[in-house]
Design a protein around this ligand. Structure first.
Ligand SMILES: Nc1ncnc2c1ncn2[C@@H]1O[C@H](COP(=O)(O)OP(=O)(O)O)[C@@H](O)[C@H]1O
Ligand SMILES: C[C@@](O)(CCOP(=O)(O)O)CC(=O)O
Ligand SMILES: [Mg+2]
Length: 338
């Protein structure tokens, strides 16, 4: 049996634009998906997704035949749910050149689903790591990241960047621009997350931006401006001392860039009333900056504040269902047990 875990992430800046080759800076956070994989003697895959709904559910299937949920859940939910785990299994089988390997799989996660914190990437990264180890073909982090990207790319019909999967596999703060992916040295930033309890549909939101961008020059320029914010934000981070607590001047400028980025994302149609209300609650509480994170449509915002003011304000914001601090996770994917 092998257990691996991988972190979720927030985008400091650059979501959506990164899909079109602009840069992005995602940061891994200390919220993890944990995947337990045990080799079976047959070619079946049994998946227990404990956090997928209120009580989770279990499915068992062989190869490409239909799913057979043990409990009565809508097939569409099972399909949507299993896409990522399935793709991770395929990548592991391919890496080990064992196309018929069967597994018992348990997925557990404290990353809310579809909320912009990269739960899909964390599940895929941890799944590939655990399954390849179980097949005695351990991969290095970069190879796990590459294969996890392939998996997300397949499930999301070609609408995926390398940002989420690379960040989850490597941990820390990363810079992604097209195929260029690297870790950055960066100080620990005081992230506060507000969660509206909802989710957005990543595929639909990405498709909406794609349409706007191809139809209107000003939308294409908006995507380019997001890239410009990211380039300048990266320079700020590179010049900061990673060993010390970030100073007010750095936080003020980063916050200003986050606010600008949120405005452009809003213009591209991927924010929502609840996300905007949480962003404004954070700003009015004195956060350096606040923006949505991930695909948008609903889910989470990320704010910068080292005091407790933003957390308190969000606790009293009607649209906010949960608020928590997120520490930077510098580790990335790791084996918990093997
Ligand atoms: N705990 C989990 N168990 C099984 N599948 C999960 C789990 N968490 C996430 N997933 C998969 O990831 C999908 C959500 O990914 P996505 O829409 O990209 O949002 P995000 O990555 O922002 O959380 C879920 O529909 C499911 O397929
Ligand atoms: C919108 C996008 O830039 C980020 C999606 O992040 P999440 O799955 O919502 O956490 C898409 C991508 O980069 O693949
Ligand atoms: Mg995702």
């Amino acid at each position: 049996m092998t257990i691996s875990s991988a972190p979720g992430k927030v985008y400091l800046f650059g979501e959506h634009a990164v899909v079109y080759g602009e840069p992005a800076v995602p940061c891994a956070i200390e919220r993890r998906a944990t995947v337990t994989v045990e080799r079976r003697s047959d070619d079946h895959i049994r998946v227990e997704a404990r956090d997928l709904s209120l009580d989770g559910f279990t499915v068992e299937y062989t190869g490409d035949t239909e799913y057979r949920p043990d409990v009565d859940v809508p097939t569409a939910l099972v399909d949507a749910a299993m896409g990522y785990v399935d793709a991770a299994v395929e990548q592991a089988r391919d890496a080990a050149d064992m196309p018929d390997a069967g597994f018992d799989i348990i997925v557990e996660s404290d990353i809310p689903l579809g909320a912009g914190l990269g739960s899909s990437a964390a599940v895929v990264v941890a799944g590939i790591d655990a399954a390849t180890r179980e097949l005695n073909t351990p991969l290095d982090c970069r190879e796990v990241a590459r294969r996890a990207y392939n998996a997300e790319y397949d499930v999301q019909d070609g609408q995926a960047s390398r940002a989420d999967t690379f960040c989850s596999a490597m941990g820390g703060v990363v810079y992604v621009e097209g195929d260029e992916c690297r870790r950055m040295t960066a100080p620990n930033l005081p992230f506060v997350i507000g969660f509206d309890g909802g989710a957005g549909d990543t595929g639909e939101l990405v498709a909406g931006v794609r349409r706007l961008r191809s139809e209107y020059d000003f939308a294409a320029k908006t995507v380019g401006s997001i890239g410009e914010i990211v380039r300048q934000g990266e320079t700020l981070l590179q010049n900061a001392n990673p060993e010390t607590t970030p100073g007010q001047a750095l936080l003020t400028e980063l916050g200003q860039f986050m606010d600008f980025d949120h405005g452009l994302l809003e213009a591209l149609g991927v924010s929502s009333r609840t996300l905007d209300n949480m962003v404004w609650a954070a700003r009015e509480a004195g956060a350096y900056g606040a923006k949505l994170t991930g695909a948008g449509g609903g889910g989470c915002i990320v704010a910068l504040d080292e005091t407790s003011e933003t957390e308190t304000a969000l606790e009293y914001t009607a649209e906010c269902h949960d608020v928590f601090r997120a520490e930077l996770d510098r580790i990335g994917v790791r084996v918990e047990e093997s």
